[in-house]
Design a protein around this ligand. Structure first.
Ligand SMILES: *Cc1c(COP(=O)(O)O)cnc(C)c1O
Length: 480
């Protein structure tokens, strides 16, 4: 069994095993002609159930054959140009190389004595990101497992900065289309059930600052404490960007912490063309970025950035076995002092490899392409009488629904759109997402693949219309 431990004597086994795995995936990617096979839970579950984990196959090739059957064949492939559903990106090769290196070396970024150079690489990438945001000389931050954790940590710092223990008095303001992790965080942070004040959005799904001002005023008059405003720079559903400069002004006026959730929109930090769309982000006290959404990085790769490094002390605990207090005076950099995690992946290496090979402009150009594609897609949808399209995109999302002229019952239109999404998924020809707008069911394209073309968009819209028409035809038959 020792032959499976990665060390100086097993490098040949390591090389062969990993190469074999890479060859399988490469062959798979080369042969994928659809984003999905349409497999169902009922098809797949028995195949996985049948495997006895106490009966190992021992042979890597046999295990890879088995993996083909239970995973690779039927996985959902984000690199395919007709995967248009959630905020998942195709990944860039330098980042995948980084992933292979980081898991083999297996540094843990909690302390210097478990990572050495890794700690400094992570710190440099944090500084790079903070500079791109414009957070100023005292900025800092740390890599996290994802936007959810970044939002939680940012709100933890905001809570502590209020210096109150009357938790039920704290209020967090976020738009009605902000990410649900704001609500989850409020709960985890022990705030009261009414802690999150939901601010309405305008026609373009951007937070209404007049309404925000009114809510902040109401809160202050009632003796409550405006703990934080969460501005979303790229909402999950629409890609809409809240008016950051106006929100910054209100945060200043009411003494609220300004958190910008740029989990999605952070790709603009690398864009030459559209960076201005997130102007105002530099006023933030904290920012969430998900490199695994718009920097074409594999999951996980994320960070939380703060304007004032000193605020990270709210996440600091010292343990004799790990990061004793004396290390601070000895100036030993222990990233665990800034993190909610302890053992932590060296995810930063993926971004490092990406920037060193492609440069930020390379990433920005890819993100610009999907933003341009969304603008083209919007024109197509707006000109197509079969569809109703919701917001002109600020990033790369399109929300629309099939609206046949002959059908007037909105509930029937809901059912047709739900059916179309399911039927498309079952066919595997394309994968799209869905959401609700004003109580009605809509479909959604999140465009993050620069390989997707307007021809793909047209083809998928035709498929959707076809499935919806089939549903409506059949439901007409049922009614007769
Ligand atoms: C995706 C997303 C999150 C959550 O990020 P995870 O990496 O999935 O945890 C938070 N906020 C917004 C706006 C998002 O789109």
């Amino acid at each position: 069994m020792r032959s499976h431990l990665l060390n100086d004597t097993t490098t040949e086994h390591y090389r062969r095993s990993v190469t074999e795995g890479v060859e399988r995936v490469a062959a798979k990617l080369a042969a994928t002609d659809r984003p999905f096979t349409g497999v169902t839970v009922d098809d797949l579950a028995p195949r996985i159930d049948a495997i006895d984990l106490d009966q190992p196959l021992r042979d890597t090739t046999a295990v890879l054959d088995e993996l083909e059957d239970v995973y690779l064949r039927d996985a959902v492939y984000f690199h395919h140009p007709r995967y248009l559903a959630h905020l998942n990106c195709p990944v860039v090769i330098p980042a995948v190389l980084g992933e292979a290196v980081l898991s083999a070396v297996n540094s843990s970024l909690d302390t210097w004595d478990q990572s050495a150079g890794g700690t400094l690489i992570e710190r440099k990438l944090i500084d790079w990101t903070a500079t791109r945001i414009g957070l100023g000389p005292a900025a800092d931050g740390v890599f996290t497992s994802g936007g959810t954790q970044s939002n939680l940590q940012a709100l933890l710092l905001a809570r502590e900065e209020t210096k109150t223990d009357e938790l039920t008095k704290l209020r967090v303001f976020a738009s009605e289309v902000s990410h649900f992790s704001v609500q989850k965080s409020a709960k985890l942070l022990g705030l009261g059930p009414d802690a999150v004040v939901v601010v309405p959005v305008d026609h373009d799904k951007r937070m209404q600052t007049v309404a925000l001002a009114r809510e902040l005023e109401r809160c202050t008059e009632a003796g409550l404490i405006p703990m934080a405003v969460v501005a979303t720079a790229g909402t999950t559903d629409f890609g809409s960007i809240d008016p950051l400069p106006e929100i910054a002004g209100l945060c200043e006026q009411y003494g609220a912490w300004m958190h910008v959730d740029a989990a999605y929109g952070c790709g603009l930090l690398a864009s030459r063309k559209y960076r201005h769309r997130i102007d105002g982000i530099e006023h933030a006290d904290s920012v969430t970025v998900d490199y695994h959404k718009s920097f074409f990085q594999p999951v996980s790769s994320s960070a939380v950035l703060v304007r004032d490094a000193a605020t990270l002390r709210h996440a600091t605990y010292h343990a004799e076995y790990l990061n004793p207090r004396r290390m601070v005076t000895e100036r030993i950099p222990n990233q665990v002092d800034k993190s909610l995690q302890t053992t932590r992946r060296f995810d930063a290496l993926k971004l490092w490899m990406t920037l060193r090979v492609m440069g930020a402009d390379g990433i920005g150009a890819l993100f610009d392409e999907v933003c341009d594609l969304a603008a083209e897609g919007w024109k197509l949808l707006a000109a197509d009488p079969r569809f109703d399209v919701v917001v002109e995109p600020s990033l790369s999302t399109l929300v629309f629904r099939y609206v046949p002229a002959a059908v007037t019952d909105p509930a029937e239109i809901d059912r047709a759109n739900l059916y179309a999404r399911k039927a498309l998924f079952a066919s595997g020809d394309a994968v799209v997402a869905g959401t609700k707008v004003s109580g009605r069911h809509y479909l959604k394209f999140t465009l993050l693949n620069p390989e997707t073309t307007t021809a793909d968009i047209t083809a998928v819209l035709d498929l959707i219309a076809g499935h919806a028409e089939q549903y409506l035809g059949e439901s007409l038959d049922r009614a007769c």
